[in-house]
Design a protein around this ligand. Structure first.
Ligand code: CP
Length: 305
C-alpha cells in the first residue's frame, strides 16, 4: 500500500537520492509507452494553475492522456477563484468531481504543502512561488542524463535571476543528489547566499566560469516577481551575462545549453544559441511528458515504489 507521502511531490528535498533515480528511470520507461497504460477504470487528474503556464500545464495534460486518465483542468481566470473561493476549497471541489491526483501551481509556495496536507489526492507541485518546481528539476536532470549518462562529477552552471527562480532551487536539489557540482552565476543583487553549500559555488563572473562547465541552464528574468531590476542595470546585465555565440565559444565543445522556458530571446540568451546545435531546450520540453507520466503514476499510487 503506497502512503500519501509517497504519492505527493511537494519538494525534491523530501525525496532520497534513490527515489529521485527511480522516478527518472520510470520516466525513461514511460517514453516507450505508445498506448495508454491504464485501460481499465476511470482516473481523473485535476489541474489548478493560478499562475500562467504553457509547458508544465500542457505536458501534464499530455501525460494524463498518454496514461489513460481524464483531465479536469481549471481555468483560473474563469473559475470561482475569481469570486473569492480558496485554492483549498477549489482542490476539494476537484476531488469531489473525481480527481485522485492534483497538480497545483501558485505564487504562494505554501499552497502545494497545504493541499498535500489537507487533500486525499496525490498532490504534485507544478511550481510554487520562488521556492520549488520539482517536476522541472526532474526533467532537467533527465535531459542531462540523456546527454551524459551519469551526472557524477559534472559541472552544471545555472545563470541569471537566481533570487526569484524556483527552477534553480529544484535543479540544485536534484543535481546535487545525482552527484553533480553546481555553479550559480549571477550579479550580486540576484545571488542567494543561502544556497551556497557542499557541491554548490556562487560566482559573479560568467566568462571565468564558462570553460569549466559541462552544461549551462539559463534563467529568465522574473519580471513578475518584486522589482528585480532594482539594483541591476539591464544593459550591463546583457553585456555580462547574456549567452551569445562569442561566449558559447569559450566553453567545452561538449557543453549543452538548457533553458526551462519561457525564454526571453535577446535577453538571457540569443536566438543563435537557443536554436543552435548545442541547445537541448526542445528536448527539455519533450522530456516533460514522460517525466510527468511517471509523476502522475506515482501520485495515483500506481508507481514502481
Ligand atoms: N518551465 C516552465 O515552468 O514553463 P511554463 O511556465 O510554461 O509552465
Amino acid at each position: 500500500m503506497t502512503s500519501k507521502a509517497q504519492r505527493d511531490l511537494v519538494e525534491l528535498s523530501d525525496l532520497i537520492p534513490e527515489a529521485i533515480r527511480q522516478i527518472i528511470e520510470r520516466a525513461k520507461w514511460m517514453r516507450q509507452c505508445n498506448i495508454p497504460l491504464w485501460t481499465t477504470g476511470v482516473r481523473h487528474v485535476g489541474l489548478i494553475f493560478s499562475e500562467p503556464s504553457t509547458r508544465t500545464s500542457l505536458s501534464f495534460v499530455a501525460a494524463a492522456h498518454r496514461l489513460g486518465a481524464e483531465v479536469l483542468e481549471l481555468r483560473a481566470e474563469a473559475s470561482s477563484l475569481c469570486k473569492g473561493e480558496t485554492l483549498l476549497d477549489t482542490a476539494w471541489t476537484l476531488e469531489s468531481l473525481g480527481a485522485t491526483a492534483l497538480v497545483v501551481r501558485d505564487a504562494d509556495p505554501d499552497t502545494a504543502p497545504l493541499l498535500a496536507q489537507r487533500c486525499r489526492a496525490g498532490v504534485i507541485n507544478g511550481g510554487g512561488g520562488t521556492r520549488s518546481h520539482p517536476s522541472q528539476g526532474l526533467l532537467d536532470a533527465l535531459t542531462l542524463i540523456d546527454e551524459f549518462g551519469d551526472l557524477e562529477g559534472k559541472v552544471i552552471g545555472i545563470v541569471g535571476d537566481l533570487l526569484h527562480s524556483r527552477v534553480a532551487r529544484s535543479d540544485l536539489v536534484v543535481l546535487r543528489a545525482l552527484g553533480a557540482k553546481v555553479v550559480l552565476v549571477a550579479p550580486d543583487r540576484w545571488q542567494d547566499t543561502t544556497l551556497a553549500g557542499a557541491g554548490v559555488e556562487l560566482e559573479t563572473d560568467l566568462e571565468a566560469v564558462l570553460p569549466h562547465l559541462d552544461a549551462i541552464q539559463l534563467l529568465r528574468i522574473q519580471h513578475e516577481r518584486f522589482d528585480p531590476l532594482e539594483g541591476v542595470d539591464p544593459q550591463q546585465y546583457l553585456q555580462q551575462y547574456q549567452l551569445d555565440q562569442r561566449r558559447l565559444e569559450m566553453t567545452k565543445r561538449s557543453l549543452v545549453v538548457l533553458h526551462p522556458g519561457p525564454m526571453n530571446r535577446g535577453v538571457e540568451i540569443t536566438s543563435e544559441v537557443a536554436d543552435g546545435t548545442r541547445s537541448r531546450i526542445r528536448q527539455q520540453v519533450a522530456n516533460g511528458v514522460p517525466m510527468r507520466m511517471a509523476l502522475l503514476e506515482r501520485a495515483f499510487g500506481e508507481g514502481q515504489g
